[in-house]
Design a protein around this ligand. Sequence first.
Ligand code: SF4
Length: 288
Amino acid sequence: MLVVSNPLGGPWRPSETIRLRVLSLGAGVQSTTLALMAAQGEIGPMPDCAIFADTGWEPQAVYDHLAWLRSPNVLPFPVHIVSAGNIRADIVAASQGRRRASIPAYTRTRTPAGEIVGMITRQCTTEYKIRPIRRKVRALAGLTRKRAPRHPVVEQWIGISFDELTRMKYSTEAWQVNRWPLIETGMTRHDCLRWLERHNYPRAPKSSCLGCPYHSEAVWRALRDDHPEEWADAVEVDRALRHGLRGIHGEVFLHRSATPLETVPLTDIEKTGQADLFLDECDGMCGV
Ligand code: SF4
């Protein structure tokens, strides 16, 4: 059995109490590499399954890639798809006052002292990813409506790469441990891309909601220039937000400049210095 060094906590060793190993699959570069490395026997023990939490608003390339991952002879374990609803429909409903907003959109509020730009607290990762995955994991481990043990019985693999160390978060549940095999092996996102290339696998897309407010300038620009229909969809949702959201004062925007998406110049990341906020913000559940 492969035992590798964990830079944060000594060597990782399989626990005898684990009865379910689950790979959290975002269908992006890192979790795809992780799943395929497990399939090739490069990381073990073999997971029992993978789980993809579908927000309903991923780029078409992610859904196509997911369909390939689930096709025969790609992965030796099943990929379950779970969902807590369609985030796009819920954002539009929020813009019509029918529910509360959960995405970390930007607000511009006029006050007597001037304009204030703020950000809505993010709840979407928990609502659309963490909770539905946890529900499925509990069901698979036979823990639905049961008192969970006080020791780990589930190991959850998360596809964060070595360059994303800051996204690691330990499990808050006593019955589950998180594991980050790409970090144990010291693999960066770039290494993952090279590994996929070396093994003649298709290049995995970037996985995240189409209009995620954490997009870097480069991601917005690629959406605008390479996927005009998906860009138009994001612009439409951005416009719907303008009238405000329930419980939020002021105008609301998807872009961090708190200006309409279609008017943002989207200059080079090198010029603006604006990085992808997933690194600090997304609990390691989005964008991998
Ligand atoms: S990708 Fe962005 S909008 Fe979608 S769930 Fe994650 S943080 Fe929220």
